[in-house]
Unconditional design. Structure first.
Length: 313
Protein backbone atom coordinates (compact mmCIF):
# COMPACT_ATOMS: atom_id res chain seq x y z
CA UNK A 1 0.00 0.00 0.00
CA UNK A 2 1.42 3.40 -1.00
CA UNK A 3 0.71 5.06 2.32
CA UNK A 4 2.48 2.31 4.27
CA UNK A 5 5.42 2.42 1.89
CA UNK A 6 5.72 6.16 2.50
CA UNK A 7 5.99 5.64 6.25
CA UNK A 8 8.41 2.73 5.81
CA UNK A 9 10.67 5.03 3.82
CA UNK A 10 10.56 7.52 6.67
CA UNK A 11 11.50 4.78 9.15
CA UNK A 12 14.41 3.79 6.93
CA UNK A 13 15.87 7.26 7.39
CA UNK A 14 16.30 6.39 11.07
CA UNK A 15 18.19 3.17 10.29
CA UNK A 16 21.91 3.28 9.47
CA UNK A 17 23.03 -0.19 8.36
CA UNK A 18 26.75 0.64 8.68
CA UNK A 19 26.51 2.29 12.10
CA UNK A 20 28.34 -0.49 13.95
CA UNK A 21 31.43 -0.16 11.76
CA UNK A 22 31.24 3.60 11.22
CA UNK A 23 30.94 4.41 14.90
CA UNK A 24 33.74 2.14 16.17
CA UNK A 25 36.15 4.89 17.45
CA UNK A 26 33.24 6.88 18.86
CA UNK A 27 31.85 3.76 20.56
CA UNK A 28 35.18 3.18 22.29
CA UNK A 29 35.35 6.80 23.44
CA UNK A 30 31.80 6.72 24.80
CA UNK A 31 32.45 3.46 26.65
CA UNK A 32 35.70 4.83 28.08
CA UNK A 33 33.80 7.87 29.27
CA UNK A 34 31.07 5.83 30.95
CA UNK A 35 33.60 3.64 32.76
CA UNK A 36 35.78 6.59 33.76
CA UNK A 37 32.78 8.49 35.09
CA UNK A 38 31.69 5.45 37.07
CA UNK A 39 35.14 4.98 38.57
CA UNK A 40 35.50 8.64 39.50
CA UNK A 41 32.08 8.70 41.12
CA UNK A 42 32.79 5.61 43.19
CA UNK A 43 36.06 7.12 44.37
CA UNK A 44 34.44 10.50 45.07
CA UNK A 45 37.22 12.07 43.05
CA UNK A 46 37.56 15.53 41.59
CA UNK A 47 36.28 16.88 38.31
CA UNK A 48 39.75 16.75 36.78
CA UNK A 49 39.83 12.96 37.00
CA UNK A 50 37.01 12.72 34.47
CA UNK A 51 37.94 15.54 32.14
CA UNK A 52 40.43 18.37 31.88
CA UNK A 53 38.04 21.25 31.35
CA UNK A 54 39.40 24.03 29.19
CA UNK A 55 38.13 27.57 29.05
CA UNK A 56 35.91 26.72 26.10
CA UNK A 57 34.27 23.86 28.00
CA UNK A 58 36.02 21.11 26.07
CA UNK A 59 38.16 18.42 27.60
CA UNK A 60 40.05 15.19 27.20
CA UNK A 61 38.72 12.12 28.94
CA UNK A 62 41.02 10.18 31.20
CA UNK A 63 41.48 6.51 30.43
CA UNK A 64 38.81 4.21 31.81
CA UNK A 65 39.61 2.58 35.13
CA UNK A 66 38.01 -0.82 34.90
CA UNK A 67 39.57 -2.50 37.90
CA UNK A 68 36.61 -1.84 40.21
CA UNK A 69 33.59 -3.87 39.19
CA UNK A 70 30.37 -1.90 39.46
CA UNK A 71 27.01 -3.26 40.50
CA UNK A 72 24.45 -2.06 37.95
CA UNK A 73 23.98 0.17 34.93
CA UNK A 74 20.83 1.21 33.07
CA UNK A 75 21.23 2.31 29.43
CA UNK A 76 18.28 4.38 28.29
CA UNK A 77 17.35 4.45 24.60
CA UNK A 78 19.82 1.63 24.02
CA UNK A 79 18.55 0.55 20.61
CA UNK A 80 20.95 -1.86 18.90
CA UNK A 81 23.83 -0.78 21.18
CA UNK A 82 25.82 0.85 18.39
CA UNK A 83 27.17 3.75 20.43
CA UNK A 84 28.58 1.84 23.41
CA UNK A 85 30.48 -1.43 23.81
CA UNK A 86 28.00 -3.72 25.52
CA UNK A 87 30.48 -6.53 26.00
CA UNK A 88 32.88 -4.23 27.89
CA UNK A 89 30.12 -2.88 30.07
CA UNK A 90 28.99 -6.43 30.88
CA UNK A 91 32.52 -7.25 32.07
CA UNK A 92 32.46 -4.22 34.35
CA UNK A 93 28.92 -4.32 35.75
CA UNK A 94 27.23 -7.23 37.45
CA UNK A 95 23.81 -6.15 36.19
CA UNK A 96 23.22 -4.46 32.83
CA UNK A 97 19.75 -3.29 31.75
CA UNK A 98 18.81 -1.95 28.35
CA UNK A 99 15.66 0.14 27.96
CA UNK A 100 14.12 1.06 24.61
CA UNK A 101 10.81 0.91 22.78
CA UNK A 102 12.39 -1.34 20.13
CA UNK A 103 12.88 -4.79 21.65
CA UNK A 104 14.10 -6.30 18.35
CA UNK A 105 16.92 -3.75 18.13
CA UNK A 106 18.01 -4.44 21.69
CA UNK A 107 18.06 -8.19 21.03
CA UNK A 108 20.27 -7.61 17.98
CA UNK A 109 22.69 -5.67 20.14
CA UNK A 110 22.80 -8.35 22.82
CA UNK A 111 23.26 -11.12 20.26
CA UNK A 112 26.13 -9.28 18.60
CA UNK A 113 27.82 -8.67 21.95
CA UNK A 114 27.46 -12.32 22.93
CA UNK A 115 26.71 -11.44 26.54
CA UNK A 116 24.36 -13.04 29.06
CA UNK A 117 24.06 -10.76 32.09
CA UNK A 118 21.77 -8.34 30.26
CA UNK A 119 18.13 -7.55 31.03
CA UNK A 120 15.83 -5.95 28.47
CA UNK A 121 13.08 -3.54 29.36
CA UNK A 122 10.75 -2.59 26.51
CA UNK A 123 9.19 0.72 27.49
CA UNK A 124 8.72 4.32 26.45
CA UNK A 125 10.30 7.09 28.52
CA UNK A 126 7.64 9.54 27.40
CA UNK A 127 4.49 7.44 27.15
CA UNK A 128 4.74 7.59 23.34
CA UNK A 129 5.89 4.96 20.85
CA UNK A 130 6.51 4.66 17.12
CA UNK A 131 2.92 3.46 16.80
CA UNK A 132 1.66 6.89 17.87
CA UNK A 133 3.83 8.57 15.22
CA UNK A 134 2.70 6.02 12.64
CA UNK A 135 -0.96 6.73 13.36
CA UNK A 136 -0.33 10.50 13.29
CA UNK A 137 1.25 10.23 9.83
CA UNK A 138 -1.47 7.95 8.44
CA UNK A 139 -4.28 10.14 9.76
CA UNK A 140 -2.74 13.31 8.36
CA UNK A 141 -1.97 11.60 5.04
CA UNK A 142 -5.54 10.37 4.66
CA UNK A 143 -6.85 13.83 5.53
CA UNK A 144 -4.73 15.33 2.75
CA UNK A 145 -5.94 12.71 0.28
CA UNK A 146 -9.56 13.39 1.22
CA UNK A 147 -9.27 17.16 0.82
CA UNK A 148 -7.14 16.97 -2.31
CA UNK A 149 -6.58 20.21 -4.18
CA UNK A 150 -9.29 21.92 -2.15
CA UNK A 151 -6.94 21.79 0.86
CA UNK A 152 -5.80 25.15 2.24
CA UNK A 153 -2.49 25.79 3.98
CA UNK A 154 -4.13 26.76 7.25
CA UNK A 155 -6.31 23.64 7.10
CA UNK A 156 -3.27 21.40 6.72
CA UNK A 157 -1.41 23.05 9.61
CA UNK A 158 -4.46 23.00 11.88
CA UNK A 159 -5.08 19.33 11.10
CA UNK A 160 -1.43 18.47 11.73
CA UNK A 161 -1.55 20.10 15.16
CA UNK A 162 -4.92 18.54 16.04
CA UNK A 163 -3.81 15.02 15.07
CA UNK A 164 -0.48 15.49 16.85
CA UNK A 165 -2.12 16.60 20.08
CA UNK A 166 -4.50 13.65 19.89
CA UNK A 167 -1.64 11.15 19.55
CA UNK A 168 0.44 12.80 22.29
CA UNK A 169 -2.40 13.09 24.81
CA UNK A 170 -0.75 10.33 26.86
CA UNK A 171 2.60 12.12 27.06
CA UNK A 172 4.21 11.85 30.49
CA UNK A 173 3.96 15.23 32.19
CA UNK A 174 4.31 14.60 35.93
CA UNK A 175 6.97 13.12 38.19
CA UNK A 176 4.67 10.22 38.97
CA UNK A 177 4.31 9.43 35.26
CA UNK A 178 8.07 9.02 34.87
CA UNK A 179 8.39 6.91 38.01
CA UNK A 180 6.33 4.18 36.34
CA UNK A 181 9.28 3.58 34.00
CA UNK A 182 12.18 4.99 36.03
CA UNK A 183 12.02 3.81 39.65
CA UNK A 184 14.14 5.88 42.02
CA UNK A 185 17.64 4.63 42.97
CA UNK A 186 17.26 1.54 40.80
CA UNK A 187 20.76 1.56 39.22
CA UNK A 188 24.23 2.69 40.22
CA UNK A 189 24.82 4.29 36.84
CA UNK A 190 22.31 5.48 34.23
CA UNK A 191 23.07 6.75 30.73
CA UNK A 192 20.99 8.79 28.29
CA UNK A 193 23.05 9.20 25.13
CA UNK A 194 21.54 10.57 21.93
CA UNK A 195 18.16 10.14 23.58
CA UNK A 196 16.63 13.59 23.97
CA UNK A 197 16.76 14.48 20.29
CA UNK A 198 14.76 11.34 19.47
CA UNK A 199 11.76 11.94 21.70
CA UNK A 200 9.60 13.54 18.99
CA UNK A 201 11.87 13.03 15.98
CA UNK A 202 9.62 10.54 14.18
CA UNK A 203 6.62 12.86 14.54
CA UNK A 204 8.65 15.86 13.39
CA UNK A 205 10.32 14.16 10.44
CA UNK A 206 7.16 12.49 9.12
CA UNK A 207 5.33 15.84 9.37
CA UNK A 208 8.10 17.64 7.47
CA UNK A 209 8.24 15.01 4.74
CA UNK A 210 4.48 15.10 4.20
CA UNK A 211 4.38 18.89 4.51
CA UNK A 212 7.11 19.34 1.91
CA UNK A 213 5.19 17.19 -0.58
CA UNK A 214 1.86 18.87 0.14
CA UNK A 215 3.28 22.37 -0.23
CA UNK A 216 5.04 21.47 -3.48
CA UNK A 217 2.22 19.55 -5.14
CA UNK A 218 -0.85 21.42 -3.90
CA UNK A 219 0.37 24.93 -3.00
CA UNK A 220 3.25 25.14 -5.53
CA UNK A 221 5.65 26.17 -2.76
CA UNK A 222 9.07 24.56 -2.82
CA UNK A 223 11.16 24.23 0.36
CA UNK A 224 8.56 25.63 2.78
CA UNK A 225 10.96 25.38 5.74
CA UNK A 226 9.82 24.79 9.28
CA UNK A 227 6.16 24.50 10.06
CA UNK A 228 4.09 25.66 13.05
CA UNK A 229 3.89 22.13 14.46
CA UNK A 230 7.57 22.35 15.29
CA UNK A 231 6.83 25.27 17.62
CA UNK A 232 4.32 23.03 19.38
CA UNK A 233 6.96 20.30 19.72
CA UNK A 234 9.47 22.82 21.09
CA UNK A 235 6.97 23.84 23.71
CA UNK A 236 6.44 20.23 24.74
CA UNK A 237 10.18 19.67 25.00
CA UNK A 238 10.56 22.83 27.08
CA UNK A 239 8.00 21.54 29.57
CA UNK A 240 8.83 17.83 29.60
CA UNK A 241 12.62 17.53 29.41
CA UNK A 242 13.40 19.11 32.81
CA UNK A 243 11.02 16.58 34.38
CA UNK A 244 12.56 13.74 32.38
CA UNK A 245 16.06 14.76 33.42
CA UNK A 246 14.98 14.91 37.05
CA UNK A 247 13.56 11.41 36.71
CA UNK A 248 16.77 10.12 35.11
CA UNK A 249 18.86 11.63 37.89
CA UNK A 250 16.58 10.08 40.49
CA UNK A 251 17.33 6.61 39.06
CA UNK A 252 21.09 6.85 39.60
CA UNK A 253 22.50 5.89 42.96
CA UNK A 254 25.93 7.17 41.90
CA UNK A 255 26.32 8.56 38.39
CA UNK A 256 24.27 9.77 35.44
CA UNK A 257 25.80 10.24 32.00
CA UNK A 258 23.98 12.46 29.50
CA UNK A 259 25.10 12.79 25.87
CA UNK A 260 23.44 15.29 23.52
CA UNK A 261 24.05 16.87 20.14
CA UNK A 262 25.70 20.24 20.82
CA UNK A 263 25.91 22.84 18.07
CA UNK A 264 24.98 26.29 19.44
CA UNK A 265 24.63 27.75 15.93
CA UNK A 266 22.28 24.97 14.81
CA UNK A 267 20.65 23.63 17.99
CA UNK A 268 19.05 20.20 17.85
CA UNK A 269 15.52 20.04 19.19
CA UNK A 270 15.34 18.09 22.45
CA UNK A 271 19.12 18.02 22.87
CA UNK A 272 19.11 21.81 23.28
CA UNK A 273 16.61 21.68 26.15
CA UNK A 274 18.50 18.86 27.84
CA UNK A 275 21.84 20.69 27.86
CA UNK A 276 20.16 23.94 28.89
CA UNK A 277 18.62 22.15 31.85
CA UNK A 278 22.01 20.65 32.82
CA UNK A 279 24.14 23.75 32.25
CA UNK A 280 24.92 24.20 35.96
CA UNK A 281 26.89 20.93 35.95
CA UNK A 282 30.54 21.46 35.01
CA UNK A 283 31.72 17.94 34.25
CA UNK A 284 31.56 18.05 30.47
CA UNK A 285 33.33 16.28 27.65
CA UNK A 286 32.96 16.83 23.90
CA UNK A 287 33.14 14.19 21.17
CA UNK A 288 32.34 14.01 17.46
CA UNK A 289 29.68 11.47 16.54
CA UNK A 290 30.31 10.19 12.97
CA UNK A 291 26.60 9.73 12.42
CA UNK A 292 26.59 9.00 8.67
CA UNK A 293 30.05 9.29 7.04
CA UNK A 294 28.66 8.28 3.64
CA UNK A 295 26.60 11.49 3.60
CA UNK A 296 29.21 13.58 5.38
CA UNK A 297 27.00 13.94 8.44
CA UNK A 298 28.43 14.12 11.93
CA UNK A 299 27.36 15.76 15.17
CA UNK A 300 29.30 17.48 17.95
CA UNK A 301 28.25 15.70 21.13
CA UNK A 302 28.43 17.13 24.64
CA UNK A 303 28.49 14.71 27.55
CA UNK A 304 27.48 15.86 31.02
CA UNK A 305 28.54 13.71 33.96
CA UNK A 306 26.52 14.05 37.14
CA UNK A 307 27.57 12.46 40.42
CA UNK A 308 24.32 12.30 42.29
CA UNK A 309 25.91 12.82 45.71
CA UNK A 310 27.33 16.17 44.63
CA UNK A 311 25.50 19.49 44.25
CA UNK A 312 25.47 21.45 40.98
CA UNK A 313 28.54 23.58 40.39
Amino acid sequence: MEIEQAFDEILNEFTLPDAWNDWAPYRQQVTDLILSASAVSSANASIGQIAEINADGKGKASSAREEEKGHSILLLGAGACNDFDLSRLCRHYEKVTLLDTDEAAMRRGVERAGTKNVSLKTASLTGLTAEHAHRFFLTLYLYVMERGRALLEEEFERAAEDFFRKETAGLFCTKEDFKTVLPEKSADVVTAIGLHSQLFSLFSYSYLVLRSNVYAEIFSIENPGEGPLQDVIRGMDDAMIPLLNEAILSVARKTAVFGCEHDPEHPTEGAYQCLKNLETYRRVYDLIWPFDPARGRDFPMRFVIVSTHEPTQ
